[in-house]
Design a binder for this molecule. Structure first.
Ligand code: HEC
Length: 239
């Protein structure tokens, strides 16, 4: 126990507290409210990802066949709706765009998204995608409230429409100036499903792990009870 009081541990605890405080002091993120157990939402998210993200972003740690079984799809459905780049379901999800070209075009290669939800959280992804706004001075024509100066274009503008930044009393917020194909509510659901799929991607065995964890706990509880009863039985004559 003594070493718990050592300066090393103290510094560690302090650091952890500080990162929490700094994270909270940053841009306030909107809640994605996604549910990785909602298979229907994951299916839509997978479709969104393949149609709108996989052109630039890879998800190198995930194979199509894993998605097939986890999301309750057939091989045929996956080939038809999700696979545009590859022929085999055991392949990992690669971006259509070669990374070196992408780095040249965007100044920054689009990062692999396999672990993005774990690195930054779904609220971050949700808020990032929602907060693009028109900025004529930027090479992509847009900037982003959450990641200022980002080199990612607003790839969802057709769905969302165009947002403009409005300053009121020193506080800036975004307003929809040009309406997109989706209503605000539909677009929110689109983003929630996409973020949900990215959370699933970041740990595809999560649902299985949880289910197994519950079984293990039940098993342990059962044996705890059994050993308690045994102990009572064995010690009952010893007083
Ligand atoms: C036209 C290419 C392109 C498409 C399509 C695209 N992105 Fe990006 N994305 C980029 C680039 C380039 C970056 C690097 C931006 C930077 O670091 O400034 C990026 C960065 C990101 C980041 C990381 C932001 C950060 O904080 O570092 C996330 C998350 C992301 N994209 C999600 C998505 C999702 C989800 C989709 C699909 C809806 C998508 N992107 C579609 C090009 C693209």
């Amino acid at each position: 126990m003594n070493n718990l009081k050592s300066p090393f541990y103290l510094t560690l605890v302090l650091l952890m507290l500080m990162t929490d405080i700094f994270a909270a002091a940053g841009k306030s993120l909107e809640k994605a409210n996604n549910d990785p157990q909602d298979i229907e939402s994951l299916q839509s998210g997978a479709r969104n990802f393949m149609n709108y993200c996989s052109g630039c972003h890879s998800a190198e740690y995930v194979r199509y066949d894993v998605i097939v079984s986890d999301l309750g799809l057939t091989d045929e459905e996956v080939k038809q709706y999700l696979m545009f780049n590859t022929q085999q379901t055991f392949d990992t999800i690669n971006a259509s765009m070669p990374q070196t070209d992408a780095a040249g075009w965007f100044g920054q290669a689009p990062p692999d998204l396999s672990l993005m939800a774990r690195a930054k959280g779904t609220d971050y992804i949700y808020s990032f995608l929602k907060n693009f706004y028109i900025d004529p001075s930027s090479p992509t024509g847009v900037d982003n409230l959450i990641l200022a100066g980002t080199s990612m274009p607003n790839v969802l503008w057709e769905l969302q429409g165009h947002q403009f930044i409005v300053e009121e009393d020193g506080v800036s917020h975004l307003e929809l100036g040009v309406v997109g194909k989706m209503s605000e509510k539909e677009f929110d659901i689109f983003l929630r499903d996409t973020a949900n799929f990215l959370e699933y991607l970041s740990e595809p065995i999560r649902n299985a792990r949880r289910a197994l964890g519950i079984k293990v706990l039940m098993f342990l509880a059962f044996f705890l009870m059994l050993s308690y009863l045994l102990k009572k039985e064995i010690w009952k004559d010893v007083k």
